[in-house]
Design a protein around this ligand. Sequence first.
Ligand code: ADP
Ligand code: ASP
Ligand code: MG
Length: 409
Amino acid sequence: MALIVQKYGGTSVGSVERIQAVAERVKRWRDQGHRVVVVVSAMSGETDRLLGLARKIQPCPEPRELDVLLSTGEQVTIALLSMALAAQGCAARSYTGAQVHILTDSVHNKARIRDIDAARVHADLEAGRVVVVAGFQGVDEHGDITTLGRGGSDTSAVAIAAALKADECQIYTDVDGVYTTDPRVEPRARKLDRITFEEMLEMASLGSKVLQIRSVEFAGKYRVPLRVLSSFGEGEGTLITFEEDVVEDAKIAGIAFSRDEAKLTILGVPDQPGIAHRILGPIAAANIEVDMIIQNIATEEPTTDFTFTVHRSDYARAMEILRTLASELGARQTLGDEQIVKISLVGVGMRSHAGIASRMFETLAVEGINIRMISTSEIKISVVVDEKYLELGVRALHQAFGLDGVQAA
Ligand code: ADP
Ligand code: ASP
Ligand code: MG
């Protein structure tokens, strides 16, 4: 008899019928003798709907109030799922994040989980009940409701699995596992039976939204066995494994991409020690995360050029800071581009295989795609390209690196 944490995302609980189907699946596990904790998201579209309501009233609502609002979506689902379970003769109890003491810091809208009191959950499990917990939400030390950032129910599930020392955390979604790339962009993407934890971490951090990055970090820290699978069918899904050698001998595990990028350039700044800090200091002070950075090598000129990327939602604020800096530093010009994307190849096999970067650049060149920026690490290569080339670039690379599965009809 195992202790299983199952998480169902928005599409999986998107209607009464879907919730009933989830209840059936949960009951099947329960009937086999397993103890089951279920974490649910809001019904699909609900979090966006609530955000829309708030923005009609205030463009930038107070983060604390936004959390009070957004957390209601998950509260609806836990109650409905518990009712659906009861209707099928399966004893269940629903809990909000606060009720099971999912204690977080006070960073509203992107809080981090600090602690979970598993006693209440254990008591219900011992009494033979299924425990249904609202994902995406917690409570801070002042008793205020917090949320964990978009896609945060994944993290709730993994954190609960860690706290309960569950045998497995199963993330049920609308695809039947982790694919070589987003199947919505490349229909020939292939489902992976396994992916290493490190690769999954890179894929998530480079834009693959199938798992929230923090859930993968949590799984790594507490060694939670994690599986992604479909709530619409059967199958083994994809196991996130900590053993590298059992994974198929591929150089590249997958291709991640992110549309949420923007690029800023400041031209003709003095080429002297401290200039990078002078530019990026105020950006960091404004809580804007910088991703890629390029500083041109100066030739005879006493000035240099500096380019960096930020999340697209931070672009306007970053540009404002850069313009102020440009006049302070006597820079020649500032430039910005919001129509860029980042495409990344990820694979632990890159460590032992040379020539991946050059094949990547050659593939993009053949398609006439200009590379704007490049960044590499041990197990990934990322390029920034114009937004219009996203699909073409991903598909060309998918084919060039032998990732294509069955030809789409
Ligand atoms: P949920 O609502 O269940 O949390 P999400 O929409 O957050 O579901 O995540 C599932 C989606 O992630 C899929 O529908 C798919 O389009 C997208 N996705 C992006 N990259 C991948 C990938 N490499 N493998 C599988 N799905 C991916
Ligand atoms: N409902 C939240 C969102 O839409 C959390 C989640 O689905 O994981 O982001
Ligand atoms: Mg999700």
